[in-house]
Ligand binder design. Structure first.
Ligand SMILES: Nc1ncnc2c1ncn2[C@@H]1O[C@H](COP(=O)(O)OP(=O)(O)OP(=O)(O)O)[C@@H](O)[C@H]1O
Ligand SMILES: *[C@@H]1O[C@H](CO)[C@@H](O)[C@H](O)[C@H]1NC(C)=O
Length: 321
């Protein structure tokens, strides 16, 4: 089904990208109310806003804000939210040549109700995201072949993510795989196609079947995941930073204490930053990339929202570049 790299080279366009993300786009519809409604109940809230989310899109936007030439490969609906999302990418300098629109499903949405205690109730309708299939990757192949880094998650059809990762690996394009949201019976091939396998504590727990809440437990879980065939593993630990496992070694990379206001999308900020560093500083040690990605993600937790909280290159210290 997949051709050889030699064939791709002949087809390549002129475009050379740093980061390609094959993944999800979701429109967040957020209502703030004193409490969450019960079944059958109608209550009045005090604020409503629309946000741009979806793990794939978040990661792509963060990479672009740091200065990576980035493209998003995704499926949105032929609807208002889809048109709006494409405009959001364009405004952010993300290449939209591979954003497809379908009339068979609506753009993915996350309807979120937030109460005054900071709790939430969320309904996600993945919609068009689930219609991106391996066939849709054919057009991307020549461009992917020349890119530096591919990033995938699990908010789309897992087979599509796996096909993209395989295509990248066959052409020597570096891969980052974020198994989010984690699925219990994940295809084992996801490990062997990942140069960097990056997950959070709950994902590491689900995938290894062991509790992961301390640095030591993250190290053990990371070792277990790495033995399944990935190049390297990073387990993110919220305010505790992350653990990097590479070669025979492992290292805890702590992060500076900040006062967190909203951690939504922190993991995606970290992964977007990691993709930027892997593309632009290919010889930098992974531990140093993780140190810098910790720094970028820490900035993102200090303001409200996901993409709205992601820093641009100009907001960050020059030492990070
Ligand atoms: N409270 C915090 N203070 C400083 N940095 C943080 C904090 N929370 C998260 N981070 C940064 O973000 C990275 C990812 O966070 P985390 O492990 O919570 O991912 P996640 O659970 O996927 O995030 P999300 O909140 O988006 O679900 C961490 O490795 C760290 O660098
Ligand atoms: C890890 O990420 C998942 C999304 O895949 C999220 O639901 C979960 O709350 C996160 N876990 C932690 C410990 O932050």
């Amino acid at each position: 089904m997949v051709d050889t790299c030699a064939t791709f080279v002949k087809m390549t366009s002129d475009q050379t990208l740093d980061v390609i993300v094959v993944g999800s786009c979701m429109t967040d519809l957020v209502s703030q109310a004193p409490r969450l409604p019960k079944a059958g109940e109608t209550i009045h809230g005090h604020k409503f806003f629309i946000g741009f989310g979806g793990k794939g899109a978040n990661q792509c936007v963060q990479a672009a804000r740091l200065g990576a030439d980035s493209a998003m490969v995704c499926m949105v609906g032929k609807d208002f939210f889809g048109d709006n999302y494409i405009q959001n990418f364009k405004d952010g300098g993300v290449c939209t040549d591979f954003v497809k629109q379908t009339s068979a499903a609506a753009t993915g949405t996350a309807s979120i109700t937030l109460n005054d205690a900071g709790e939430n109730a969320i309904v996600i309708v993945a919609g068009a995201n689930l219609l991106l299939d391996s066939e849709d990757l054919k057009d991307v192949q020549p461009t992917l072949n020349r890119a530096k880094v591919l990033v995938c998650q699990l908010e789309i059809n897992p087979q599509t993510s796996l096909t993209a990762l395989r295509m990248a690996q066959q052409c020597g394009v570096k891969t980052i795989f974020n198994p989010a949201p984690a699925i219990p019976l994940m295809d084992q091939e996801f490990y062997t196609v990942s140069d960097v396998f990056c997950c959070n504590e709950s994902e590491a727990e689900l995938l290894t079947g062991r509790p992961v809440s301390s640095v030591e437990e993250a190290r053990d879980a990371g070792q277990n995941l790495k033995a399944r065939g990935c190049g390297a593993v990073i387990v993110t630990l919220g305010p505790k930073g992350c653990v990097v496992l590479r070669g025979e070694g492992s290292k805890h990379i702590p992060t500076a204490a900040v006062s967190a206001m909203d951690t939504t999308g922190a993991g995606d900020s970290f992964i977007g930053a990691l993709a930027f560093y892997m593309a632009r500083y290919p010889t930098m040690p992974l531990e140093e990339m993780a140190t810098r990605a910790n720094h970028v993600a820490a900035v993102s937790v200090q303001t409200l929202g996901a993409q709205t909280s992601y820093p641009f290159k100009k907001d960050l210290p020059a030492a990070l570049f």
